[in-house]
Design a protein around this ligand. Structure first.
Ligand SMILES: CC(C)(COP(=O)(O)OP(=O)(O)OC[C@H]1O[C@@H](n2cnc3c(N)ncnc32)[C@H](O)[C@@H]1OP(=O)(O)O)[C@@H](O)C(=O)NCCC(=O)NCCS
Length: 155
């Protein structure tokens, strides 16, 4: 039997209201140990020039990834900012963020967005100190109980 798509199947671009259903498929489709590895591989494939690591004496102590929006090249999103547990409060996050903003500005980006949990005080403080302003608070941005500030900085 050939695997012809069913006649009743429609394929269309993603829309906001698809979020919960797509997340449910994603949860069932990728098992936990691989999820982070998938993310890193995907970001390297899509945004190799805006994937930065912080290195201290040969040790990777943190990383950050951003993506320039495909059809809006003056807009970028910082997708991850992570410093290893034992290396926090030493200025590494600040260094990664400043270098990322410098890099994006050099690429012609004029607006940088990111999302952060209102409960994540260290991150909100870091972003505010580095010139990001809260644009809005989106309830359940990542599902129930996972509200996020959208923050923006102009270059
Ligand atoms: C948020 C995060 C990236 C910050 O990284 P960090 O390396 O600790 O950030 P910094 O060290 O640059 O700044 C953090 C604090 O340390 C302070 N600090 C910096 N250098 C310091 C030093 N030499 N001595 C003491 N304190 C210092 C900063 O002033 C800052 O204090 P403040 O928050 O009171 O202003 C980190 O906590 C993290 O990875 N968290 C988990 C992942 C996460 O939440 N990511 C963000 C998701 S949106």
């Amino acid at each position: 039997m050939t695997a012809e798509p069913p006649e009743k199947l429609r394929v269309r671009p993603y829309a906001d209201e698809d979020f919960s259903a797509v997340v449910a498929l994603e949860i069932n489709g990728i098992h936990e140990p691989y999820r982070s590895a998938v993310f890193v591989r995907q970001q390297v494939a899509l945004s190799p020039d805006t994937f930065l690591v912080g290195v201290e004496e040969e040790t990777i102590v943190g990383f950050t990834v951003a993506a320039i929006v495909h059809d809006r090249p003056n807009t970028a999103w910082i997708l991850r900012m992570m410093v290893g547990n034992g290396f926090r409060h030493c200025g590494i996050g600040t260094g990664l963020l400043r270098e990322m903003c410098r890099l994006l500005a050099g690429r012609g980006v004029r607006e940088i967005f990111l999302t952060v949990s209102p409960k994540n005080e260290p991150a909100v403080r870091l972003y505010t100190r580095e010139g990001f302003n809260k644009e809005s608070l989106v309830p359940a941005y990542f599902g129930n109980g996972e509200d996020r500030f959208i923050m923006k900085r102009t270059c």
